[in-house]
Design a protein. Sequence first.
Length: 374
Amino acid sequence: MWFESRVTALLIALASLAMGACGGGRQAPVTQPSPPGAGASGSPVQVTALTPAPADSPVQPAGVRVSGMIATPDRRQLVSGAVIMTPEGAGRAAVPAEDVTILPDGSFAFGNIPPGLYQIRARAQAEGGEAFLFALYRISVAGQDMREVRLTLLPGATITGTVGTEARNPRPSTFAGLRVRAPFADGSSFGDALTGESVADGSFAIRGVMSGHHVLTIEGLAHPWVLKSVTHRGQDITDSGLAIDSGQRLDDVRITITDRASEVSGTVRDAAGDVAAGASVLIIPLTAQFRTPASRRLGRTVTDAAGRYSYRGLPPGEYRVAATSDLDDSDAYRADILRHLSEAGLPLSLDGPTARVIDLRLTPTSAFRRTASR
């Protein structure tokens, strides 16, 4: 559900597909390194960027090499691990992933890094432990190679709380099947902790949350229920989220769902006036900071066979609504694409749980991509 944007998905080196408890997939063991000249089992893993640089990105100047080590405080052997490096701030072009390696002893290297501010995130499992450990390190890259960057792997945080209702209709008899998640606020899924189902009384616990800025979301809500608010110790954190540290325990989080919500609907047609089936409809907030996959203020849906669309649950605010037929998942959260669609879209103002009908014409993005690439 969550897609790495051009800003957040830059350089990733995998010692294994360590995604079992953090996004799905099977664990692969980390083997001991072999002497030089040994077979593939002892060779460093070399992979390319998770998301390649888009065609309209400018050519990056030659950069420097950033290398270091991830390790537990007691230097235990790692059985699986992953490292990712992302730039801080918006509007940065993707960096080619050249000379990206990670060895079973936890040493890593990123090559050809342009000057700037970056985050290095790491996730690993150590021998004798079942829980994932995490590390976060911020660096400033200048004109010289950076060596001996050390990341200490520590336990993740725990978030506990309850799910409650504000409703006109009777309260659901059970919350079984609902999932509470804590993705990074920037939409990155690296290290995203998965949770168990909420129990019947609505209580939940999220364990193994990586250091960083997170928002809380809830999945599995059936019509007409939507997220209304998230509070921590009485403070509204629905949009602002939480800054989380390693090993921290955050209790008394309350998630409120409601059956009273805004609804935006309409019909999408092409340039000839025919209904557009399967078109992407985006409801884009005017505030650019909310244009991330994790934001509840960015709506995205698809038209049915009759060209109709409907989207529920957007909070009060100012938006633009646009439809396009040439948008794929890799482009859906690109800042330039969203800006283009916002400028071409129709205005929408929501002030509460009201219904709005907005009919749309398709906005092409292919011409915009060609212009941006010049």
